[in-house]
Design a binder for this molecule. Structure first.
Ligand code: NYM
Length: 212
């Protein structure tokens, strides 16, 4: 489909622990959709290009300190500042592949000990993904993958807590994919799921908001 006025694109989110393969799979999905001639864009959160995003980036690389609530709200603001663009792109027929979204926001902050419902609240009203592809990996396996980059949160103990927080966020839009499979096998599974999701959106599935 070339995505006319009457058909919208799908909002596809990839989630998972650090080093689970999200970034590789996101760009591979994007290439797949381009190959099909389907209008698609690749996004990621945090979006470090905005001024809010630069504050987040500086926090993650330990160049600045912020308390846990403040950084949580900045991550959320970083999604809110892109909300209207996201909506107009989807409505004009473009599928958006997003590397991390609100689930990362809740999973990482609640893993620090912040109240789960407090963490969810600022995400309320952002666009709800049509499908969430969760690349599931045991934290020990993720840690073996060439080591972490040294940013905040990239530690085994913490990633274990993040995984538990993610488990409390599952809903019907989630597909759990075993991230320890060969890259090509994961690619195939994701392509199949996303293809179906695009079809459902094209046929009129309505766009909803979190946390539905
Ligand atoms: N992260 C990401 C959060 O803590 N909250 C959020 O809302 C988002 C989107 O930022 N360790 C964390 C997860 C990652 C880190 O992400 C940077 P990436 O995908 O490595 O750029």
């Amino acid at each position: 489909s070339s995505g006319g006025n009457d058909s919208r694109g799908a909002l596809v989110v990839l989630e998972g622990l650090d080093r689970c393969g999200k970034t590789t799979q996101s760009s591979s999905l994007h290439k797949y959709l381009e190959g099909l001639g389907h209008p698609a864009e690749l996004w990621r959160f945090p979006d470090r290009t905005t001024s809010v995003g630069q504050m987040i980036s500086s926090y993650l690389s330990n160049q600045s300190q912020l308390d846990d609530c403040t950084i949580h709200l900045l991550f959320s603001a970083n999604r809110w500042e892109k909300r209207s663009l996201m909506e107009s792109k989807l409505k004009s027929g473009t599928t958006i592949i997003v590397d991390r979204y609100s689930y990362s926001g809740v999973a990482f902050s609640s893993a620090k000990g912040l109240d789960f419902d407090w963490c969810k609240a600022p995400e309320n009203g952002l666009l709800a993904p049509d499908v969430v592809l969760y690349l599931d990996i045991p934290p020990e396996k993720a840690a073996e993958r060439g080591g972490y980059g040294g940013e905040r949160y990239e530690q085994l103990e913490f990633q274990m807590k993040v995984r538990q927080s993610y488990q409390a966020l599952h809903d019907a839009s989630w597909k759990i994919i075993d991230a320890c499979q060969p890259v090509k096998d994961i690619e195939k599974q994701l392509q199949e799921i996303v293809f179906k999701s695009i079809e459902t959106c094209r046929k009129g599935k309505s766009l909803t908001c979190l946390w539905s």
